[in-house]
Design a protein around this ligand. Structure first.
Ligand SMILES: Nc1ncnc2c1ncn2[C@@H]1O[C@H](COP(=O)(O)OP(=O)(O)OP(=O)(O)O)[C@@H](O)[C@H]1O
Ligand SMILES: [Mg+2]
Length: 263
């Protein structure tokens, strides 16, 4: 199991669309966790078109944590998304519920990691950084934490200070190689190389700028013609390969570290 967390600094770059897109095209069973503290059940309202009522999965998990059966509750509170290999843990409905989650993230990170043996990967939509109830502990526990940004000046300007904060945090915990950038719309106008230079972080993956295909994942729009071979879906598959390779390389590094060294 790999825990992959996506978040943004500002400007709605496409965290939810990317998390959903990665999950529904993931080559193995995957858990999709809506951890956006803004609330509003964006995946239910968007990709699922409001057809499936949102469950109170995260609140149920917070309760299960208090009663000491968090691990068992993960499968009980997740629901399959029809026609996919995705199980969804619904988020909160309102931002007012976010403070309830503060004590959940650390134990949930540990519980998700204990699912390693099931081989199920976990993709997390952590929403925007810096909000009350933010899933920061999940980010720092992740195999890969991806700061999601577009490549224009406004987005990069917003992402820059958060990139520095995350870099410091990951450096302190010794896991800097678990932090990267996911770029939505490379070359519009800046390239991955320029983004890496500005944010001082590796660009782990870049997604194509493809509004029609993105609307399927963000809003449940009708799939355009040749959706499966659309620029976005092709770039999502390339992103999966890059993500898996980075996680594998990080794990190999970890096993090579001398006994007693901390990560
Ligand atoms: N690769 C892409 N190409 C073109 N448009 C995209 C792409 N990814 C996302 N979008 C569009 O960007 C808009 C915002 O997407 P989304 O809701 O996923 O962003 P977000 O970062 O989750 O925002 P928020 O911070 O509000 O939760 C949507 O209209 C979506 O269709
Ligand atoms: Mg979102």
């Amino acid at each position: 199991m790999a825990l992959i967390v996506l978040e943004s600094a500002s400007a709605s770059p496409g965290v939810t669309a990317t998390a959903v897109g990665l999950a529904v095209t993931w080559p193995r069973p995957v858990l999709l966790l809506d951890a956006d503290p803004t609330g509003g059940s964006a995946i239910h309202a968007g990709y699922l078109r409001g057809m499936v009522p949102p469950a109170d999965s995260l609140l149920d998990l917070a309760l299960a944590n208090r009663h000491g059966h968090l691990v068992e509750a993960i499968s009980e509170t997740s629901s399959p998304i029809e026609g996919t290999q995705v199980s969804l843990i619904s988020g909160i409905r309102s931002h007012a519920q976010a403070p309830t989650l503060t004590g959940l993230w650390n134990p949930l990170a540990a519980a998700l990691k204990s699912l390693e043996r099931t081989g199920q990967d976990v993709i997390v939509d952590a929403g925007r950084l810096g909000l009350v109830g933010s899933a920061e502990p999940l980010m720092y526990a992740a195999d890969l934490c991806l700061l999601t940004t577009r490549s224009d000046l406004v987005s990069l300007s917003g992402a820059r200070s958060w990139a520095a904060t995350l870099r410091d945090g990951f450096e302190r915990t010794g896991g800097l190689s678990s932090l990267g950038v996911l770029m939505v719309g490379e070359g519009d106008p800046y390239s991955a190389r320029e983004v890496r230079k500005v944010l001082q972080l590796p660009v782990t993956a870049s997604l194509a700028w493809d509004p029609d295909a993105a609307a399927v994942f963000a809003k449940g729009a009708k799939a355009p013609k040749k959706f499966d071979s659309s620029p976005l879906v092709r770039s999502l598959r390339a992103a999966q390969t890059a993500i898996t390779a980075t996680v594998t390389a990080n794990r190999a590094d970890l096993t090579l570290q001398p006994v007693g060294s901390s990560r």
